[in-house]
Design a binder for this molecule. Structure first.
Ligand code: B4P
Length: 190
């Protein structure tokens, strides 16, 4: 099984590159951001709670996202592999993911991190906010808060995978195709 974690700050292009990887390798896309936005669109209790945090640039509690991922793994037992997009975002989530996968006798193949500077992240997210109306992309203060949450709580996840010799980073600046070529090279070498 090919199980990839796509890693990087908000707006690094995880969602964009996930779609290209799915096209090429036929993997199942597990995006916690998309799963949460779907809960919000359906107006569930979980969605209402998540919306408040997301609109404020904060992370949703670990147990909520771990539960969503566990459910998705159970409902896709015949998958060729998964792309974890935007998950894990804390070390607790990374530990929970390892335990979940171990119970199914599978493991993470690699974490691929997209490196993009803060100025470019802000530019991309504001642009998307204008086009998509995503509330967490519309406000520069919220964007900066998301980047701070990433620096405080999410960057240690890279060390977690470095310690397992599963970490590679690629330049996340350039055309979407150029970046995909770099990701593909890492994937083919696995
Ligand atoms: P996510 O939905 O995961 O979104 P993201 O980090 O903002 O974006 P991504 O990196 O996928 O960027 P994209 O490709 O779309 O998270 C949203 C919120 O959900 C979080 O803040 C948090 O509150 C909550 N959440 C999600 N997962 C969680 C978890 N595990 N635990 C707790 N909370 C969680 O690209 C962004 C833009 O850049 C797009 O417009 C794209 O077109 C553009 N772009 C992409 N590549 C480009 C390139 N090469 N050049 C120029 N522009 C590019």
């Amino acid at each position: 099984m090919l199980n990839l974690v796509l890693f990087g700050p908000p707006g690094a292009g995880k969602g964009t590159q996930s779609h290209k990887l799915i096209e090429k390798y036929g993997l199942i896309h597990l995006s916690t951001g998309d799963l949460l936005r779907s809960e919000i669109a359906q107006g569930t209790a979980l969605g209402l709670e998540a919306k408040k945090l997301m609109d404020d640039g904060k992370l949703v509690p670990d147990e909520v996202v771990i539960g969503m991922i566990s459910h998705k793994l159970d409902t896709n037992r015949d998958a060729k592999g998964f792309i974890f997009d935007g998950f894990p975002r804390t070390v607790a989530q990374a530990e929970a993911l390892d335990a979940l996968l171990e119970s199914k006798n599978v493991h993470i193949s690699s974490m691929i991190a997209l490196e993009v500077d803060d100025e470019e992240l802000e530019r991309r997210l504001l642009l998307r906010g204008r086009d998509s109306g995503r509330p967490d992309d519309a406000n520069p203060d919220v964007i900066r808060k998301r980047i701070k949450e990433y620096n405080d709580k999410t960057t240690p996840v890279a060390t977690f995978y470095k310690n397992q010799n599963k970490f590679t980073s690629v330049n996340g600046i350039g055309s979407k195709e150029e970046i995909f070529d770099s990701i593909e090279a890492v994937t083919e070498a696995l």
